[in-house]
Design a protein around this ligand. Structure first.
Ligand SMILES: [Zn+2]
Length: 164
């Protein structure tokens, strides 16, 4: 099997030959250089296909991410990778549980870079840590994965957690 969409963890840990003909998004380059600058040479030498997802597939990916409640935990790179997998109908290689969850929902095959992955679908909920009021799931990817703002009722912190 080849031609999978690779997340940055795969770019960092997979051998150069295994990355042949795999798809990646241009927004990943910056992320890679930030996390593992020493890998840039390898990634440049690998025969990767750099591809921007279509607007249509980004919309579709966003819609699904909002539905599952995973949107809040996604970065722009995550959303682009997901959109590319959906648009090109390729297997997504990722250890990110949120991406696996949405891929599952989208009917896209996914494999892990190095972990076992999730066993079933889950949904997220955004709640106040103090009064437990539930808030709508955010509709945009987040820059910081932990900053969801404050409760409009009591001013306490909001936390994203798995729905039981
Ligand atoms: Zn509250």
């Amino acid at each position: 099997m080849s031609g999978e969409v690779l997340d940055t963890a795969a770019l960092i840990s997979w051998p150069i030959n295994r990355m042949e003909s795999c798809l990646v998004v241009p927004s990943q380059r910056e992320e890679l250089i930030r996390i593992a600058p020493e890998r840039e040479v390898v990634v440049n030498a690998a025969n990767l296909v750099w591809m921007v997802p279509t607007e249509e597939s980004v919309s579709k990916a966003s819609r699904l991410a909002i539905e599952t409640g995973d949107m809040a935990g996604l970065s722009r790179v995550d959303l682009d990778l997901l959109a590319l997998s959906i648009g090109e109908k390729r297997t997504l290689v990722t250890d990110d549980y949120r991406l696996q969850n949405i891929a599952e929902k989208a009917g896209i095959d996914w494999i892990t870079v190095s972990t076992d992955g999730i066993s079933k679908l889950w949904e997220w909920e955004l709640r106040c840590v103090a009064c437990k009021k539930e808030f709508p799931n955010p509709h945009m990817p987040n820059k910081k994965k932990s900053d969801w703002g404050e409760c409009t009722d009591c001013g306490s912190q909001l936390k994203l957690r798995k729905k039981k």
